[in-house]
Design a protein around this ligand. Structure first.
Ligand code: UDP
Length: 240
């Protein structure tokens, strides 16, 4: 039988930085609209899409704790709340073009969004709704990349698609080294040992332990999100 799409259910990770784009404000509405349109184009094809949003465009716990004397846990809770703002923004954008979307938060904010309930999230996906997971894992000292790996494993999504502002994983920092090469594929081990700064260790290890591949790609190139979601070759593939 012909299987037209490689992925049936994907976990799209959108970092705060990617949401900000080149905008001077925290969020670029052109980016959220582009995400909404591309997600719409693939959900129409029957691909189930769950999204984990970051919060780094608004607040990063670790850096604030470092420079302000704030304790790390408090700073991280503020960071998690930042991801909720992004999630609601993205949800409103998606619904403005007719995509049914639910936000589920890792800790309760019942007036604002549903609490995270795994079976309910899966049911939403089966019904063709997009589910946005907010507030990371709900725990300080973690990242939204780890939340992406965790939710991906929990809902049996097949891949983490990590949307960033760079084309993929390079063998050196492309901003500092003009000879840096974009890598087509790397192993989990490479990510862990070669300081490729793709994902934190907790996130990449969780992916490795659960055989979840990660595709790192540039969100700013039109069409890339849709390409990544239907399994076309884009960016860097991390697996094996
Ligand atoms: N955060 C947290 N636990 C989580 C996920 C996120 O404490 O499970 C906090 C942490 O302070 C982090 C902030 O939320 O700095 C924003 O998330 P992240 O830095 O992962 O966002 P991104 O880099 O994707 O924009």
């Amino acid at each position: 039988s012909k299987k037209p799409y490689r992925w049936q259910r994907v976990l799209l990770k959108v970092s705060g930085e990617a949401l900000a784009g080149d905008h001077t404000e925290n969020i670029d509405p052109k980016i959220t609209m582009a995400i909404a349109r591309e997600v719409a184009s693939v959900t129409r094809l029957g691909v189930e899409v769950a999204i984990v949003v970051g919060g780094g465009n608004i607040f990063r716990g670790a850096s604030w704790a470092g420079c302000s004397g704030l304790d790390r846990s408090s700073a991280d809770y503020i960071g998690m709340l930042a991801t909720v703002m992004n999630a609601i923004f993205l949800q409103a954008t998606m619904e403005s073009i007719g995509i049914p979307t639910r936000v589920q938060t890792a800790f309760r904010m019942s007036e604002v969004a549903e609490p995270y309930i795994r079976r309910r999230a899966v049911r939403h996906l089966e019904k063709g709704r997009v589910v946005i997971f907010a507030a990371g894992t709900g725990n300080p000292f973690f990242t939204t990349d780890t939340a992406a790996a965790l939710r991906c494993a929990e809902i049996n999504a097949e891949v983490v698609l990590k949307a960033t502002n760079v084309d993929g994983v390079y063998d050196a920092d492309p901003k500092r080294n003009p000879n840096a090469r974009l890598l087509e594929a790397v192993s989990y081990h490479d990510v862990q040992t070669r300081d490729l700064s793709v994902m934190d260790m907790t996130a990449i290890t969780l992916c490795q332990e659960n055989n979840i591949p990660v595709v790192v790609f540039n969100l700013q190139k039109p069409g890339n999100i849709a390409k990544a979601i239907v399994g076309e070759k884009v960016g860097t593939f991390i697996g094996c």
